[in-house]
Design a protein around this ligand. Sequence first.
Ligand code: PLP
Length: 369
Amino acid sequence: MQGLDSGLTPWVTIDHAALRFNLDRVRRATPDSAIWAVIKADAYGHGMVSVAATLCDADGFAVARLDEALRLRGDGITKPILLLEGVYSTDELRLASRARLEIVLHHSSQLAILSEADFVAPLTVWLKLDTGMHRLGFDADEFAAVLQQLQQINGVDQIGLMTHLANADDRKDPATQQQLSQFDQWVAGGEWPLSCANSAGILGFPASHHDWVRPGIMLYGASPFTDSTGLQQGLKPVMTLRSSLISTKQLQKGDRIGYGGTYACPEAMPIGVVGIGYGDGYPRHAKTGTPVLINGQLMPLIGRVSMDMITVDLRQLPNAKVGDDVILWGEGLPVELIAESADTIPYELFCGVTQRVKRVDLSLNGECG
Ligand SMILES: Cc1ncc(COP(=O)(O)O)c(C=O)c1O
């Protein structure tokens, strides 16, 4: 499959049918919860606006920052939008309220902004509780007072309570159960809508589901757990990073490859050069041995990743030639394997694909009803 007419440059395909499939997987796992599809950071690098259009069966969208939310509204998205980091000034609050955003309240400085605001429209506020992540949110000793203050603010129409799980990617870590118990204790007896679960909560901790779930990474087909792939979790990859062989070469025993010459050929061998590098978002720290899919066969990366190129061992594919298809992750090559080999996580790989990589959206059959 050749990406561009102009040459052998890298490109990504975004499989919108797989996105829908993964949303359906969330729905089946959490039939009694509403779904905020988390599409911050340009939908984890997948293209926020087109992802939102495809995920029209979600109950709402969650983004981190105001400009992301306003862009969605500007593009005609009318569903509820949750602003995960809330607002930081009266002007931002006014914009959020005009755009009918639901905002997270995680710090007393935001409470002060809300208290002094004159509201354009009634606002839904999600009060964030710090049950153990120790990043954003109110502590146990602040919670009751903040909730009381919030209830007294005239423009605040509805209140929800939420928290975020820090360690749910490891199903054996007792911290998640502790966070969930803490949350349940704090919210006991109230009638507020509740939200805890990220992808790992959705797949691993049914007790975290509550009223609204907040899946991110699983929508894009990657596993939220450290010990499995998305495929093993019943998900389909959405992003496939592709390129081509741009050179092949026969080297001799002892020849060293690339910057630093970190790989020495153990024998006379053919190698290939693939047109992809860290300038495209392929991780520079991918180790020798990282799998690369060439013409449907897995070949090991050898030597250092450079800005525009990587080198591969072609001993098992000696007939490979310039122009042959290469997949760096996605269809047929789980992103989790590349992440592990580069000491990172699929989230970072997805978000890191750079602007110079052309994105091709594989269209869907069937629009939203
Ligand atoms: C508050 C919040 N909820 C939900 C998510 C989605 O998490 P995941 O992508 O692990 O499903 C994130 C992502 O970082 C988040 O910050």
